[in-house]
Write a protein that binds this ligand. Structure first.
Ligand code: ZN
Length: 313
């Protein structure tokens, strides 16, 4: 089933790592199964980091094995380094993302690595992947985090983002993803970055963007990305996790609102919105203390709403 826009659900990783509560493994499996049944075809289900750093994602290996059994689902996971990458390959992840913070202070604080050290680690990861048989080798994506600005350094030079994207592609990464980790981005900036990175690396090397809605610009940025031909958008069910430094704001863009935006414009996401609302209920039931975000779930679908994915079959 081909879709116009692939929505990559990141709630199980970006969302769950931002809340204190630990969602039990069985509840995570129920969430993944339900969202897959609603039409999701890519989900980032966890992160291969030491459990003591992010206990919420300690069951990632088991979750990956479960998700891999679902037909036509691209199972994605985050890895911070070669060690995590080895574990991810062992579990059979289809797509791995390694976050590379474009702000060096942020990189040192989060990954405890300077920029030079991250480039070296990426090189080691690529050497390792080259030795993995093709049928077991995941797609290797470098997520250019804080590409739109950093909470420690402020503005991040766009020429640096573009030059670093070019360098990781030269090293052998399959693709790069522009990540608005801090929700600083605006559509004009997104246009410059997408255009610049594609010019430097080739259009097929940048297929996805990862947006946050910290300042309410998430859907505006998503729409600009779609206009530029970006085909993969990350989002999180219910914007789960919120934003630690902006109370009342969602973290990632809300999957329900994003699906509504795209489907109402006639773009097929493959996702059934009514089924997605049921997934939301399931997750809210499992995490009763957590605030879920989203306008479409609150207002309901418009009378006579016709989703794109039904007309296109
Ligand atoms: Zn994020």
């Amino acid at each position: 089933m081909a879709v116009d826009i692939l929505i990559s659900e990141v709630g199980l990783r970006d969302g769950l790592q931002s809340i204190e509560a630990v969602l039990p493994t069985e509840r995570k499996k129920a969430w993944i199964a339900a969202q897959h049944a609603a039409g999701a075809r890519e989900m980032e289900v966890g992160s291969f980091v030491p459990p003591k750093l992010i206990p919420q994602l300690a069951d990632t290996a088991e979750i990956v094995r479960f998700a891999r059994a679902l037909p036509e689902l691209c199972v994605a996971a985050l890895v911070p380094n070669l060690h995590g990458l080895r574990d991810a390959v062992e579990c059979g992840v289809h797509k791995v993302s390694l976050p590379f913070s474009m702000s060096e202070s942020h990189s040192i604080r989060n990954l405890r690595k300077t920029h030079a050290e991250v480039f070296a680690e990426i090189g080691r990861c690529i050497d390792f992947l080259r030795a993995v048989p093709a049928e077991r080798r995941p797609r290797f994506d470098i997520s250019l985090s804080t590409a739109f600005g950093c909470t420690i350094e402020g503005a991040v030079p766009e020429h640096r983002v573009i030059a670093f994207a070019e360098r990781v592609i030269e090293l052998g990464a399959d693709e790069v993803c522009l990540s608005d980790t801090t929700g600083y981005g605006n559509p004009a900036q997104l246009k410059r970055l997408v255009t610049g990175v594609r010019h430097a690396c080739g259009a097929d090397r940048l297929e996805g963007v990862h947006l946050h809605n910290t300042r309410g610009q998430g859907l505006a940025n998503a729409l600009m990305a779609v206009e530029l031909g970006v085909t993969t958008l990350d989002s999180s069910l219910g914007g789960i996790g919120g934003c630690p430094w902006a109370p009342g704001a969602s973290g990632n863009i809300v999957t329900e609102d994003l699906v509504f935006l795209l489907e109402s414009m006639g773009l097929d996401t493959g996702i059934d919105l009514e089924a997605l609302m049921k997934v939301r209920e399931l997750v809210q039931e499992a995490l009763p203390e957590i605030e879920l975000f989203g306008f479409t779930p609150a207002a309901g679908l418009p009378l006579g709403f016709e989703p794109a994915h039904e007309s296109s079959g």
